[in-house]
Write a protein of this length. Sequence first.
Length: 138
Amino acid sequence: MPRRHRTPGTAADWLARATSSLALAQVAKPEEALWEDLCFNAQQAAEKAIKGMLTHGGIEFPLVHDLADLLELAETNGIPVPDDVKRSARLTQYASLTRYPFAGETATEAEHAQAVELARTVIAWARKAISPDRGTTS
């Protein structure tokens, strides 16, 4: 596993970035855009929310995009991860592989809708812990 790195920013900063990535994932798909690129934004939203939770817990994390690894790190350090949040690990595929032309399969509109829903779930989980007064997603 790559070395762990304390990144700058607060948990709230990470959550703000996660919310921004989710907003980008939810834009109406321009004709020229690919679904997998919008799915990438959903993956980024989930990743940033998880990193916000790790930051909130004072946990250093590696600079990786694998959501399963990051969620495992959270659990190993005493942060309970609900099953619906664990399902977001499937978003990892959008972090790199589907963004490159040589990777093969493309994402569909239905997969994009699932990716956005998973990202919303992760952000809601993080928001509840990081900003208890704002426990809903935008």
